[in-house]
Design a protein around this ligand. Structure first.
Ligand code: R5P
Length: 313
């Protein structure tokens, strides 16, 4: 890659940033991203970025507030150091689930975060499996939203499951589920879920025939794993024998691990948009890397080539 390309990272997902740099043959930029004694974030870019095309890799994953502030402050430092163009690379875009006023007097955090990133000085955003595609429109700068579906589909094909059935765990996930079903030439069923509170979900109905086919639940986020484990239970009750899940962003908070351990899931397949701490690396969880895909997208953005070509199969 040419000398104008520079890549920096905060602390939220350095292993992924290192891997992306490895694919690109670029050294991760030298920057201090630390804390002052009272907890404020301290950043210093330790190399010249004047006139460079800079990519900042930072998932806004747990701890979300710290991850987000690190990203904003790094962008601010780069802008003041005269970087020519700054791309916020957010493999996981947090705060996305509050994307509309679905109750009185609630915020729209996805829009607030979009405003913050733009105001800090980002010129574009590169992300993956946004919670809803409309979040692209919350920005007035270009947003490239990559899809992990092809990475998961390759893995599923290797498993040689016989006649699998794709399951959307809620009505909002139908579009994603359809993209899997199309690529795998598989049937589709939908779980009609009701959210009881932040941690719990309840299955109301299942739309579609389940019978004894292997079932693959597909989703963008697994947080408390309430949605996932309730869907898996309901599928078992309807006759599913082997149940898998492919979920892009493993937030895995609160009771998630306990629920997963106790669940009837054969395997939960996730990506490394969010790093898994040691205690979360359980046998049931398989991690696929998105590093090569992001590296290719960064290269294409840098060289002004098509990114959408990466979605083709
Ligand atoms: C909901 O719309 C999302 O796609 C996920 O299903 C949800 O965020 C998962 O949350 P949890 O794991 O806490 O049920």
């Amino acid at each position: 890659m040419d000398k104008k390309l520079a890549i920096f990272s905060g602390n939220s997902n350095r292993p992924l940033a290192e891997k992306i740099c490895g694919y690109l043959g670029v050294k991760l930029g030298n920057a201090l991203v630390d804390k002052f004694s009272e907890g404020e974030i301290k950043v210093k870019i330790n190399e010249n970025v004047r006139g460079k095309d800079v990519f900042v890799i930072q998932s806004t994953c747990p701890p979300p507030n710290r991850s987000l502030m690190e990203l904003l402050i790094i962008i601010d430092a780069l802008r003041r150091a005269s970087a020519e163009r700054i791309t916020a690379v957010m493999p996981y875009f947090g705060y996305a689930r509050q994307d509309r006023k679905d109750q009185p007097r609630v915020p729209i955090t996805a829009k607030l975060v979009a405003n913050l990133i733009t105001t800090a000085g980002a010129d574009r955003v590169l992300t993956m499996d946004l919670h809803v595609g409309q979040i692209q429109g919350f920005f007035d700068i270009p947003v490239d939203n990559l899809f992990a579906v092809n990475i998961f589909v390759d893995y599923i094909i290797e498993k040689k499951l016989k006649d699998p059935l794709i399951i959307s765990p809620d009505v909002g996930g139908i579009k994603m589920a359809r993209s899997y079903a199309k690529r795998l030439n598989a049937g589709l069923a939908i779980v009609d879920k009701r959210r009881v509170n932040d941690r719990d979900a309840e299955v109301m109905h299942i739309i579609g025939e389940i019978d004894s086919k292997p079932a693959i639940i597909v989703d963008d986020i697994v947080s408390t794993a309430g949605t996932l484990t309730e869907a898996a239970n309901a599928l078992s009750q309807h006759g599913a024998k082997e149940i898998y899940a492919t979920i892009t962003h493993p937030v895995l908070s609160g009771p998630a691990l306990e629920r997963l351990e106790k669940s009837n899931l054969e395997e939960l397949i996730v990506t490394d948009t969010i790093p898994l701490e040691k205690e979360k690396k359980i046998d049931k969880i398989k991690v696929l890397s998105v590093a090569k895909f992001f590296a290719e997208a960064i290269k294409r953005i840098h060289l002004s080539e098509s990114v959408s070509i990466l979605f083709d199969r």
